[in-house]
Design a protein around this ligand. Structure first.
Ligand code: AVI
Length: 313
């Protein structure tokens, strides 16, 4: 068994044994999962990607304004590279080096190809976790100028608060004076809008969620019956997060040989697969401060309710 498959198996086993049962959302992003996420980003009800791309393009020069030249970029979770491409086009200046960090090899290929098509060839792709990629990016940075880490798409919202705090501290720890972090955070909005975004009428998000079971069946030999689970999204107001669940439609036995899993799910029993935390704009500033960033500037899309914050060291 490869290391990646062994880690997948161990994580699935551990998460399914919790109460309530869980599955880690980072495993959504195999090739099909990444394609389904790209489709979600195009849904009329999921506004994060369009709002952020427009803001990146509109404010590119202001965002880069105070940074020492040449600027190097490192994007955590670059996906298809579409946002980075739009930012680079509007910035209209050369970057010393662009570093891409993602757990999906397909995403890294797509982003590298997209940047190359724009003439950006000074690109390094790091396949792996945010932590490892960040450490690599800091090691490989251009010796002159500054580094801006991009952590966009409200990817931070998929982590529990304690973990996201640690990640911000980690990012801060890899940066030097004059560097910056550009953080994209989705803001709290009416429940109706949130539920449409995470339980869309075309059921693309439901497919994205169920694909995790398909991946476990394919890669770990599981016997999940995809028709035996409903996608459910709920807004947990006190915790300020949308939770995604897969609800067992009947009592069923799940066996995943490669993960050593043999469990019985009751009818209506949920498996919690994802949290998408939402923020108040001031809370984002406070979290950056708590992680050790000294200065911040924020741009907000009031319609989509999305914030881009540049934290400086
Ligand atoms: C990648 N991440 C920020 C998305 C989110 O909004 O939590 C993943 C997603 N899940 C369902 N729709 C989109």
């Amino acid at each position: 068994m490869t290391d990646l498959r062994a880690a997948f198996a161990a994580d699935v086993r551990e998460a399914l044994q919790r109460t309530p049962r869980q599955l880690p959302s980072r495993y959504f992003y195999d090739e099909l999962g990444s394609a389904l996420f790209e489709a979600i980003c195009r849904l009329p009800w999921y506004r994060i990607t369009r709002a952020e791309t427009a803001m990146l393009s509109r404010h590119a020069r202001e965002i880069l304004g105070p940074l020492a030249r040449p600027v190097g970029l490192a994007e955590l979770g670059c996906g298809s590279g579409e946002k980075l491409a739009s930012f680079a086009t509007s910035a209209a200046e050369p970057f010393s080096l662009v570093q891409l960090i993602d757990i999906s090899p397909a995403a890294l290929d797509m982003a590298t190809y997209r940047l190359a098509a724009m003439g950006i060839r000074s690109v390094l792709a790091h396949h792996g976790t945010y932590e490892d990629g960040l450490a690599q990016a800091a090691r490989q940075r251009h010796p002159a100028g500054s580094l801006m880490v991009l952590f966009l798409g409200s990817n931070i919202g998929n982590f529990d608060p304690a973990v996201s705090h640690d990640l911000l501290v980690r990012i801060r720890g890899e940066l030097r004076e004059g560097d910056a972090l550009l953080l994209g955070s989705d803001l709290v909005k009416p429940e109706r809008d949130l539920l449409l975004a995470y339980n869309d009428p075309l059921r693309v998000t439901a497919a994205f969620n169920r694909n995790l079971l398909r991946r476990i069946d394919d890669e770990l030999g599981g016997n999940f019956d995809l028709d035996g689970f409903d996608h459910r999204a709920v807004w947990n107001a006190p915790a300020r997060r949308v939770e995604a669940h897969l609800v067992s439609l009947r009592r069923q036995h799940v066996v995943i040989p490669a993960a050593g899993v043999n469990v019985t799910l009751e009818q209506d029993e949920p498996i919690w697969t994802e949290s998408s935390h939402k923020y108040e704009a001031a809370q984002v500033l406070a979290e950056g401060r708590a992680a050790g960033f000294t200065q911040a500037e924020q741009w907000i899309d009031d319609g989509a309710k999305f914030a881009l914050t540049r934290f400086a060291v």
